[in-house]
Design a protein. Structure first.
Length: 573
């Protein structure tokens, strides 16, 4: 197994139920290449693995217990996402996302060469190599939506087949698997699991209604049944009977870092972790905690959620998935009109990671800020009408920049953008922007560019003023005067985590500043920091209806009652 953020190759003995110590590459290499992305074993027993962010190929010999760095596979890619080994021992490296392609490593000549034709190297995609005795298969997810079939001995390209783009996997998803030596499994836009004949391109239905909560990750057992994993449960499909079986994973759910918290008018606090399409609700009146399962069928996590008219809207990575949940109804996830939660849409035009969250603004619409797909540049602001469920996408408002934070009032949308693009992309812009966007004219009415690329993670609006933190300064934008000034200087860098700057009804601003909670009073220009929270505030600040301050401390949620509590000025903004 490959570790995440450790760069360590792991070996586990299932009979002894313990990890087996094995030698590692140098500490310097593992620090630089901190993520092992995929592992494949060659016919001779060698184990190969890929790394991020340098895209190195590494070989481990289990007999000699020696690891060897075989070098960087591509100079223009950070992701060696997938690996496979051909029957002859050639290592097939699935690269992306700037130019999706398979690069082959020949152990006999110690050389790399590209298999994928230049015309089929699609930006924003990853190539997933799969191997049979006769074929090498290169499956490309959206936006490519194609399967390339090569001869396993000569690597000559034999066929190029198209597949639907909606459910055929993306980023770190793995919807493509081999059914047998001649057939590939993929999921169609209608959710059906389909087989593709690698010889002639013919298609057949494998499973008609697997459901949407299968996360696009399917695994075959020895009897041909199909397993799909969820966050807290799993689905088991029997293709012969077309029976679907759901079961809860019979283990206590491990604690996860809190990413976001959001209050509802009924007093409940909703929140979600940094990984997994799951969320929870906390009832302050009886101090009960309820954990929900997966809201849609994508990998990733919920970036933010808001309460609106008794329902909870969430926005997720991957593919900027917008969902709605009614807490009063039974849990039945899916995409049909009766589903709960219901996956409403995956935002179009290459949107992917919803860095800017979602906020209720002018016209009762929901405004969503995003980062683009892997390998791409240029974010978007999406306007969603909850009544009609129509979307309007405004891409590249600031050219080549993503939308990292949003705040709203009754007239304008206030946004922050920065130069980052999708994973593996190379930024072209050099400045961070704070700007005001008018939904009536669909145009920017005020813009300020900072002369560097240090981003803004959270915005808050109060009485015609917009507040945010840059380095050690609390900034105040006066809408009427169109002025931007620093109103408070911290004695240290005080970066605010995403969605962790909130307005109370009395006009004060609560936030996580650095690693502690503070309260700024615009009327007096004073800042009160709460030393009891210092070192404990990591993420997800929110105000409860009783004025209590909720925030994440790694895997725990903390509650702090200030001397003069004030409830939130509004919900979902």
């Amino acid at each position: 197994m490959g570790s995440y953020n450790g760069g360590t190759l792991l070996c586990f003995d299932p009979r002894a139920k313990q990890f087996v110590p094995i030698p590692q590459l140098s500490t310097e290499f593992r620090h630089a290449e901190s993520i092992i992305t995929d592992i494949a074993q060659a016919p001779n027993g060698f184990i190969y693995y890929g790394t991020y962010p340098g895209g190195h190929l590494v070989r481990y010999d289990p007999d000699t217990r020696v690891s060897t760095d075989l070098g960087q596979v591509s100079q223009d890619e950070m992701y060696l996402r997938w690996l496979a080994v051909s029957p002859s021992g050639t290592v097939l490296c699935g690269m992306g996302p700037r130019h999706s392609r398979v690069i082959a490593y020949d152990p006999s000549t110690k050389s790399f060469h590209t298999l994928t034709p230049a015309a089929d190297q699609t930006p924003g995609a990853f190539s997933k190599p799969l191997v049979t005795a006769r074929f090498v298969v290169e499956a490309q997810h959206r936006p490519a939506g194609r399967v390339l079939v090569y001869d396993a001995a000569t690597f000559k390209l034999l066929h190029v087949f198209s597949v639907p783009q909606r459910n055929n996997g993306s980023g770190n998803q793995s919807a493509f698997i081999l059914l047998d030596q001649r057939h590939l499994l993929y999921q169609g836009n209608d959710q059906r699991l389909m087989s593709l004949n690698l010889e002639d391109g013919s298609r057949a239905v494998v499973f008609r209604s697997p459901g949407t909560a299968a996360n696009n990750r399917w695994y075959l057992d020895s009897r041909g049944n199909i397993l799909g994993l969820l966050v807290q449960s799993y689905v088991y499909l029997n293709p012969r009977t077309q029976k679907v079986t759901y079961a809860t994973i019979p283990l206590d759910h491990p604690a996860q870092e809190i990413r976001w918290l959001s209050a509802a008018p009924n007093g409940n606090i909703y929140g979600g972790p940094v990984l997994g399409q799951t969320f929870f609700s906390f009832n302050p009146s009886n101090r009960s905690l309820l954990s929900y399962d997966q809201v849609n069928d994508r990998t990733g996590e919920i970036y933010y959620g808001i309460a609106l008219k008794g329902r909870i809207y969430t926005i997720s990575y991957a593919e900027a998935g917008l969902s709605v949940f009614d807490p009063k109804k039974a849990w039945r996830p899916g995409e049909s009109i009766s589903s709960n939660p219901r996956a409403i849409a995956y935002l179009p035009d290459g949107q992917y990671r919803p860095e800017g969250g979602l906020h209720i603004g002018p016209g009762g619409n929901i405004y969503i800020g995003t980062q683009p797909d892997y390998g791409l540049l240029g974010g978007a602001l999406t306007v969603f009408n909850p009544s009609t469920e129509r979307l309007h996408v405004y891409r590249n408002i600031i050219p080549q920049e993503e939308i990292t934070a949003i705040a709203t009032d009754s007239r304008y949308i206030y946004c922050a953008s920065d130069v980052e693009g999708g994973g593996g992309s190379k930024p072209e812009a050099t400045q961070v922007h704070f700007f005001v966007w008018d939904p009536a004219s669909h145009a920017i009415v005020w813009d300020h560019a900072f002369p560097d690329a240090r981003g803004i993670n959270a915005l808050a609006v109060s009485n015609g003023h917009v507040y945010f933190v840059r380095d050690d300064q609390l900034m105040d934008f006066n809408l009427k005067a169109h002025s931007l000034v620093a109103v408070y200087h911290f004695d240290h860098a005080a970066s605010v985590p995403s969605e962790s700057l909130k307005i109370a009804r009395d006009g004060s601003i609560f936030g996580i500043f650095g690693n502690e909670v503070g309260r700024y009073s615009p009327a007096s220009g004073s800042m009160q920091l709460f030393p009891e929270t210092r070192g404990h505030a990591t993420s997800g600040l929110e105000l409860g209806t009783d004025g209590a301050v909720y925030f994440g401390n790694h895997t725990d949620m903390w509650i702090y009652m200030p001397d003069h509590p004030s409830p939130p000025a509004s919900f979902g903004q």
